[in-house]
Design a protein around this ligand. Structure first.
Ligand code: FAD
Ligand code: NAP
Length: 439
């Protein structure tokens, strides 16, 4: 990787060398304060010019972005487009330009070590440096089994902290395993499976159960919000695979950021179809039996929720499952949120998943509200009745403010989702404001 010698920084005659003690700041133009920068980063403006895409940057590519209006800098393996930040940089533009198109890690460490650049520049993140696989030779040593992983989803960063088993100095890291220490586009990697043990199975409705699976030791599986995995079982000698969406163990436990302790358990709400191929087999598993769980897939982008004020979740039956984590995330991590409404379609009252929890949550958090709509209710039902329709949607999709930023998620049987999306278009919601969860 490129590295600019630190002696070259600050530039001779720059503000920082001129200052007798440490670095001095250059006067910033009006409207270029830290608060102005924070406002700009929260405005939703595309600051990298890549429309939110993260790319892998080669040294050759990095070198070409070396002008003020097109300035990329690598810091600790991550590449930032700092052009939009130039005028806001307290140390001045010239200082930033010292590392233009290069690895500025050393420069950064000298001057800014304490600055929380990851958060300051997170909207400027272009991607990471392409790593040339290094093949260290020699002995490898053992690490402790429990390690910690921190996933910072919006930046695409993963910190893995390993502890040595023996407190000795290592001469080398060891040989990379096949397909390790390399970046492979996700589309080129197959699904990888790990065998997980059934820990518990709890009835949620007459036909839906909460399955808790335990990941094998030393495994980390982080399923992004709104994504699913595949469960694989051998059914009469054939391997059957079906997609399922992990959920939190409960709606009332609150959302937890991907944590530093290993995620040991993964939960699923699964409806058992007595005449289905896969679910009866899954239901027959005994506690302690194993099922294979794949790596995640999906196209839901959390960034779509940025700055959203009104969030509407339209779910039918188990189409509720992707809404669980979206809902938890919305209530915990979206400061812009004013209202989140779940419009939940089911056949009967008995089919409503986690009804009591939903009602408790609505009581606990005034921003959340839920509406149950039944297609085949009992005569005692005095709530709403019917299928997804223009009348029901116009009634329930009321914004909290006239021009509030809105986003809608919809999931259920495919014809339900298709019909719902069609109706939302009729109500003038744009494609950008809708995510349909489909196979
Ligand atoms: P199937 O064999 O697929 O049968 C299901 C029902 O359809 C049965 O009643 C069966 O009689 C009927 N059927 C089957 N074939 C036909 C046919 N040709 N004509 C008419 N009827 C037919 N489900 C969940 O419970 N929880 C989840 O979290 C979840 N997440 C999902 C995520 C994604 C991305 C997708 C696409 C689906 C998800 N599903 C989820 C659904 C799940 O993948 C399975 O489709 C479901 O569990 C049924 O599987 P099965 O093999 O048991 O039933
Ligand atoms: P269900 O109980 O059969 O139906 C739930 C509600 O949807 C019922 O009120 C039903 O009305 C209504 N509905 C069904 N088809 C409809 C249609 N064409 N138009 C309008 N309303 C319709 O649902 P389920 O068995 O739980 O099935 C859930 C579905 O969600 C599955 O197909 C599953 O694959 C899908 N799912 C997808 C994802 C994903 O893509 N990420 C995740 C989870 C689940 P009726 O009484 O008239 O049937």
């Amino acid at each position: 990787m490129l590295n600019v010698p630190s002696q070259a920084f600050p530039a001779p005659g720059s503000q920082q060398r001129v200052a007798s003690q440490g670095r001095s700041k250059v006067p910033l133009k009006q409207g270029r304060s830290l608060m102005d920068w924070i406002r700009l980063t929260k405005s939703g403006k595309d600051l990298t010019g890549l429309k939110g895409r993260l790319i892998e940057v080669t040294e050759e590519e990095l070198k070409t972005h070396n002008k003020k209006d097109d300035c990329w800098i690598c810091i600790r393996g991550l590449v930032y487009n700092v052009s939009p930040y130039m005028e806001y940089h307290p140390g001045g533009e010239d200082e930033l330009m010292r590392a233009a198109g290069a690895d500025g890690t050393d420069l950064f460490n000298e001057v800014h070590r304490w600055v929380n650049y990851e958060s300051m520049l997170k909207e400027c993140l272009v991607g990471r440096m392409a790593v040339k696989p290094a093949v260290p030779k020699g002995l490898s040593h053992e690490v402790q089994e429990n390690f910690s992983v921190r996933v910072i989803e919006n930046v695409g960063k993963v910190d893995i902290v390993l502890q040595k088993r023996e407190n000795i100095s290592w001469k080398c890291l060891g040989e990379p395993l096949e397909k390790h220490d390399s970046f492979i586009p996700k589309k080129d990697t197959g699904l990888s499976y790990r065998r997980c043990q059934l820990i518990s199975k709890e009835d949620v409705t007459h036909d839906t159960r909460l399955f808790c699976l335990m990941l094998p030791p030393s495994t980390h599986l982080q399923v992004p919000i709104g994504h699913h995995v595949y469960l694989k079982l051998s059914v009469t000698g054939a391997e059957i695979v079906k997609p399922y969406t992990p959920v939190s163990a409960s709606l009332l436990s609150g959302f937890r950021e991907p944590v530093s302790s290993p995620n040991k358990y993964i939960y699923f709400l699964i409806k058992i179809y007595p005449d289905g191929l896969f679910t009866p087999e899954l239901d027959r598993l005994q506690i302690g039996d194993c099922v294979s769980v794949s790596s995640p897939e999906g196209d839901f982008k959390l960034s779509k929720l940025q700055e959203v004020e009104d969030l509407f979740l339209l779910a039918a039956g188990t189409g509720f499952t992707p809404m669980v984590n979206v809902l938890n995330y919305a209530l915990t991590c979206m400061p812009s949120l004013r209202k989140v409404k779940l419009i939940f379609f089911n056949k009967t009252e008995d089919d409503i998943i986690w009804r009591c929890q939903l009602e408790k949550l609505a009581f606990k958090d005034k921003r959340f509200d839920t509406e149950f709509i039944l297609s085949a209710p009992s005569p005692e039902w005095n709530g709403k009745q019917g299928h997804v329709s223009p009348a029901l949607l116009s009634e329930f999709l009321q914004r909290s403010l006239e021009n509030s930023r809105v986003f809608l998620c919809i999931c259920g049987p495919t014809p339900f989702t298709d019909e719902g999306i069609r109706l939302l278009h009729d109500l003038n919601f744009s494609n950008d404001e809708i995510h349909g969860f489909t196979a």
